[in-house]
Write a protein that binds this ligand. Sequence first.
Ligand SMILES: NC(=O)c1ccc[n+]([C@@H]2O[C@H](COP(=O)([O-])OP(=O)(O)OC[C@H]3O[C@@H](n4cnc5c(N)ncnc54)[C@H](O)[C@@H]3O)[C@@H](O)[C@H]2O)c1
Ligand SMILES: CC(C)[C@H](C(=O)O)[C@@H](O)C(=O)O
Ligand SMILES: [Mg+2]
Length: 354
Amino acid sequence: MKIAILPGDGIGPEIVAEAVKVLERLRRDGLDVEWTHAPIGGAGYDAYGDPLPASTLALAKAADAILLGAVGAPKYDALPREKRPEQGLLRIRKELELFANLRPALVHDELAAASALKPERVAGLDLLIVRELTGDIYFGQPRGIRVNAAGEREGFDTMVYAEGEIRRIAHVAFQAARKRRKQVCSVDKANVLETSRLWREVVTAVGREYPDVALTHMYVDNAAMQLVRNPKQFDVILTGNMFGDILSDEASMLTGSIGMLPSASLDAHNKGLYEPVHGSAPDIAGQGVANPLATILSLAMLLRYSLGMEEAARRVERAVGAVLASGVRTADIAEPGVKPVSTAAMGDAVVAAL
Ligand SMILES: NC(=O)c1ccc[n+]([C@@H]2O[C@H](COP(=O)([O-])OP(=O)(O)OC[C@H]3O[C@@H](n4cnc5c(N)ncnc54)[C@H](O)[C@@H]3O)[C@@H](O)[C@H]2O)c1
Ligand SMILES: CC(C)[C@H](C(=O)O)[C@@H](O)C(=O)O
Ligand SMILES: [Mg+2]
């Protein structure tokens, strides 16, 4: 099995190095995997003048799965849009048709005290955000900055969803719910947006094919509030690209830190790109303090969904659980009075637990 490793920018290379340590350990134990590194984002721009170099895309297409760190850094902010690091990520998602973004928010008991909420509100929390990833206002045309009739510049984007795009992501959510607690909450803004009215209609129709799964609908503003008020009411949250982006960062704080949240972005055949939900964290990049667990847990998802190596995936997740139980903490999840360890020490602890 071949994995393309795309570290990216900022803390990306630091956290990905720890996931690679885990892979090295698994390979020593007989796992049949090999991997190749390639630049993406700002690193791609620096090397080839393109945030998604053709060689990186070719490597990603040829691989069985992709592990990505994060992209983006302030030094690229002034570049035209197509040269900016984030475009590398958006393009690889689109090129590989990775329309299904799974973002599980799971509270490890040991971290309940680190949650933004009271421990009893989040203890045992296990929700899954199913975010559509290749449509919505992220990709809709037209978009740009133009001069309006008053002679003023105005920015505009287009929010658009085709029925087929809604239908296929809805199926992913209902199928996921079948393996869980059989509840889907579809999140939209159907009281205001036409896109959302169609979204609700199509999701409702797909829901009829899953009579064993309970479907509810919620407006996104209410969902943002309910996630904080009573997150355990949710099993699977199904939503579009932009709402899912925002709600998943919010959900991360229920688990203690954004440094804990992994993700899988899958195509129709479970080929996937795996990455932490967080970004390149320029404020802490280069300091060796970032939490690598979201990336290591993304590797576990990669082993499970794209390589079919369920036992190896569980082994990695158990190792992370054991490390948390032993009290090892990076700064983002350290309780008051606990001396945090470095990124590398956290990776070493996971390898040792393996
Ligand atoms: N998937 C991605 O590659 C991705 C995702 C989000 C943002 N970005 C990009 O990253 C850059 C920075 O964006 P931002 O600051 O809004 O979001 P961010 O997620 O990078 O950082 C937000 C905050 O969370 C902290 N944080 C993030 N990951 C952490 C980790 N593993 N351990 C400890 N703390 C962590 C950061 O230090 C920062 O304080 C931007 O260029 C943005 O476009 C990329
Ligand atoms: C960097 C950005 C393009 C990306 C997104 O908005 O999808 C990020 O925030 C994410 O959550 O993966
Ligand atoms: Mg995001």
